[in-house]
Design a protein around this ligand. Structure first.
Ligand code: GCU
Length: 423
């Protein structure tokens, strides 16, 4: 049993590096001719030319379309949340940071779901700090070798788990010191706490706290739930005296990149939204039919999108929307899309073009998006208001990626333009 639990945990730790099936198209010359739905043309044919029309008419229309056809509708009802500090260390990471562990208890329909946030706040600070918010895959204990970090509540139901879990401590580390030394706080949580990532996860997820869902084919599932959870983390962060509520950065990798984009589209408190290799159902244009496709993603992961999305399996050209429209909903806030050359499954060119075709929404605000349909070369980041980079290597979030994100956020927030008081 111990061996089984250990193998299960290793699978969870490395869940972000799936094998890529050979039947997918990786040949650019086989990308079909496609026409993207026009970003600025409303369903009634009106063409948007102003911020006012965009915000009043087109933006809500696109939000509805994406909810009904792809991610599911986020219920309006609220669940109760309470917060308990269950761990605290003012001298974590060799004194660099204050670490807190905050247990969120969500209550609804007579049930409870618990989720554990792991928080690092830079000790050298004068005033409020910008905050990275992002889920981890393998559990809080796996992203750091800090022995005080507790196991995420998701793991509580595994039998005989403790020793097996202990062996995965620190196995999938985040560069916490690098981020904290740059003056940013970090708040992370295991995404499985919010919705266990499997086809039978719904009853244990936060979905079970809401009244019976009547949205039919447009009902939300895991991606909608993860997006909702990011907003609940933001609720807590915004109440903290050390946090700058105007400088919230939402970061997500892969399936969490998809969830981050959907969260950023709905919740305008996220001032920067970072999609790291989010691929199909994230930043990549579906109509390119390159790498992972709608049919494959909706059959491998039937619990991610709303059921309506699967009707476009093998019918991407019939989609009434595409992913550039999701990215455009982040405007006028900061958007960063990043790819890896070795991650063709996520379609780097499709991710770049998604951001490029979102740029007209930024232009309405007089902001510079991506100005050329040609992708930049490897390791040549573009840091306009919409940012993009592609690096060598495989599907992952590397130090190279984090350094670019930190540079971009410094720039977005005007950090480093004058000497930083706390350094
Ligand atoms: C699989 C899946 C992708 C997803 C990735 C991940 O590869 O097909 O859509 O982005 O897992 O989340 O790691």
């Amino acid at each position: 049993m111990k061996r089984f639990v250990f193998l299960l945990l290793i699978t969870i730790v490395f869940t972000a590096s799936h094998a890529q099936p050979s039947e997918a198209n990786y040949d650019e010359s086989r990308v079909p001719h496609y026409t993207l739905p026009d970003l600025l043309t409303c369903q009634d044919g009106t063409v948007v030319t102003s911020v006012r029309e965009w915000e009043r008419h087109r933006r809500p229309e696109l939000l509805r379309q994406l909810a009904d056809g792809e991610y599911g509708r986020t219920p309006k009802g609220r669940v109760r949340v309470s917060y308990d500090i269950v761990g605290q260390n003012a001298q974590a990471l060799n004194g660099l940071a204050t670490q807190q562990q905050v247990l969120f208890t969500f209550t609804g329909q007579g049930r409870q779901v618990k989720a554990l946030a792991l928080v690092y706040i830079p000790n050298q600070r004068s005033g409020r700090v910008p905050v990275f918010i992002g889920y981890n895959f393998p559990g809080n204990h796996a992203i750091t070798d800090d022995p005080e970090v507790r196991f995420s509540p998701f793991f509580e139901r595994l039998p005989d788990k403790d020793s097996a879990l202990e062996r995965t401590r620190g196995m999938s580390r985040w560069p916490l010191s690098m981020i904290l030394e740059r003056g940013y706080a970090v708040v992370t949580m295991c995404y499985n706490d919010i919705y266990p990532d499997n086809a039978d996860g719904a009853p244990q997820s936060i979905l079970s706290l809401f009244p019976a869902n009547t949205d039919g084919e447009a009902r939300w599932q895991a991606l909608g739930a993860w997006a909702w959870g990011s907003s609940r983390i933001a609720d807590w962060v915004c109440r903290q005296s050390w946090a700058d509520a105007h400088k919230l950065i939402l970061i997500g990798h892969s399936r969490q990149g998809k969830a981050a984009l959907w969260a950023g589209a709905q919740d305008t408190r996220f001032e920067v939204v970072i999609s790291n290799e989010s691929g199909c159902g994230g930043a990549a244009l579906s109509k390119r039919e390159f790498g992972e496709r709608v049919g494959r993603i909706t059959s491998s992961f039937p619990h991610w999108f709303c059921p309506a999305f699967s009707q476009y399996a093998g019918r991407e050209q019939q989609l009434p929307f595409d992913q550039h429209q999701l990215l455009a909903l982040i405007a006028p806030r900061h958007l960063y899309v990043a790819s890896a050359e070795g991650d063709q499954w996520s379609d780097p060119r499709g991710e770049y073009l998604g951001a490029y075709h979102a740029s007209p929404a930024y232009a309405l605000y007089g902001l510079r998006g991506l100005t050329s349909s040609d992708m930049p070369a490897l390791h040549q980041p573009i840091h306009n208001h919409v940012a993009y980079h592609i690096r060598a290597g495989r599907h992952d979030v590397t130090d190279y990626d984090w350094q670019r994100y930190l540079d971009y956020c410094d720039h977005a927030f005007g950090i480093g333009l004058s000497p930083r008081p706390h350094l």
